[in-house]
Ligand binder design. Structure first.
Ligand code: ADP
Length: 259
């Protein structure tokens, strides 16, 4: 099995106008792991992902994927990546089957494999019948399922997830968590970005906490726990990012409802 870092980010910096959104991100990610990339909204998670995927090019720093430096004109490395965007845009006029065929062709998945994988994954997520309908008729959770299925179709080595559970029903969340754990055991590298901590705490091998474009903590859940004296990931997170007003804000809401 490949044992070198699959992803290397070296001093990645990005600004939109005057705002520094990433202030020097350094990361080395080994294969066969689920990495939790967590931080509050606006921390720079999606920007990091877009840079990794070549969707943003005007950053500073260096990226290596499977030991190769990435430049803006490279596209081949993307065939090894599956990406579930946060509430991504889908071609809503297509049916589910048409969409999977379209994505499979982009990733050059051979047609026999594409058919088998699409049918099996559709069945596993309870989408076989719905895939005859146009995506415009789907609920939020159904759209999320098709994004998940299409990200897996090319059996990617690296799976990048940006808030992948949005709108999913409880059973699908459980199925998806199990899929991720099993894929990591098979050697795949999973980069799981979220501001929701409960899932990250349960399934990740390593947690990276980012806020204001900087990495504040990096380690296993147990390592972070020891450093912080706090019990849950949520408490560690609040401790590091300095957010302590949750109880006060909840009290204000309750008081306002009483008035
Ligand atoms: P996260 O995914 O952690 O919520 P983002 O990476 O989406 O954070 O955003 C980080 C910061 O960059 C935020 O302050 C956001 O407002 C800003 N930002 C993101 N995209 C753009 C853009 N296209 N133009 C200007 N500012 C942006």
């Amino acid at each position: 099995m490949y044992d070198e870092p699959v992803i290397k980010l070296k001093d990645i910096r990005m600004n939109y106008g005057t705002e520094d959104v990433l202030k020097g991100i350094n990361l080395e990610i080994k294969p066969a792991q689920i990495i939790g990339y967590i931080g509050p909204n606006g921390a720079g998670k999606t920007t990091t992902i877009k840079i990794l995927l070549g969707m943003i090019n005007n950053y500073k720093g260096e990226i290596e994927i499977f030991g190769e430096k990435i430049t803006p004109d490279q596209i081949d490395y993307k065939k090894k990546i599956g990406y579930v965007p946060e509430g991504g845009d889908i071609y809503e006029n297509l049916t589910g089957w048409e969409y999977l065929e379209f994505i499979g062709e982009i990733y050059e998945v051979p047609s026999a494999e594409l058919k088998l994988r699409s049918e099996t994954l559709a069945d596993c997520f309870g989408m076989t019948l719905a895939f005859n309908d146009r995506i415009s008729s789907y609920s939020k959770g159904m759209k999320q399922k098709i994004l998940i299925i299409s990200a897996l179709l090319n059996n990617p080595e690296i799976i990048i997830l940006d808030e992948p559970l949005t709108g999913l029903d409880a059973n699908s969340v459980m199925i998806f968590k199990n899929i991720l754990i099993k894929l990591a055991k098979e050697g795949k590298t999973i980069f799981y970005s979220s501001h929701l901590m409960d899932v990250v705490e349960k399934i990740t091998d390593r947690i990276i906490i980012i806020a204001n474009g900087e990495i504040l903590a990096d380690g296993t859940f147990n390592e972070l726990k020891q450093k912080s004296k706090e019990g849950t990931l949520e408490k560690i997170f609040n401790d590091l990012t300095g957010f302590h007003e949750q109880e006060q804000i909840a009290d204000r809401v309750i008081a306002a409802l009483r008035d």
